[in-house]
Unconditional design. Structure first.
Length: 133
């Protein structure tokens, strides 16, 4: 199984959600958290710090690890890591990765997007709200 880490970037009660690029092999056009594959020797916390710089051009500080879920159909483990930004505002650095970003509360996000529009991690969080409330 591959290990992935998702950045739950908070700004007050708002969370940063990203829409994956239409050209992505996996889950094109779906809404998700910024995320990436953990490299050899990395922890989930190290991965989110690296991915925040690579994908959004921001420095983040890890607040806490929220949960880990297994996604057997994808052959992956997904770690949710809550962060706050230390500098800059997030930008779409690579349009081949991310095509849109939005700041919404979880409630706003889940009322606007259905399961066909979002990634597996967000589907899990919709069904297990006690994790993020």
């Amino acid at each position: 199984m591959k290990n992935h880490a998702a950045i739950i970037l908070r700004d007050g009660d708002k969370i940063l959600f990203v829409q994956r690029a239409a050209t992505k092999k996996s889950l094109p056009n779906t809404w998700a958290f910024p995320s990436g594959t953990m490299e050899e020797g990395e922890t989930a916390e190290m991965t989110v710090i690296r991915e925040a710089i690579e994908e959004l051009q921001i420095d983040v500080e890890v607040e806490k690890s929220l949960a880990m879920i297994e996604l057997p159909k994808l052959g992956a483990r997904l770690y949710f890591v809550v962060c706050r930004q230390k500098s800059n505002q997030p930008i779409i650095y690579d349009p081949a990765e991310i095509q849109n970003i939005r700041w919404l509360t979880f409630e706003e996000f889940f009322s606007e997007y259905n399961d066909e529009q979002i990634g597996h991690g967000l589907i899990y969080l919709r069904k297990n709200q006690e994790i993020w409330k």
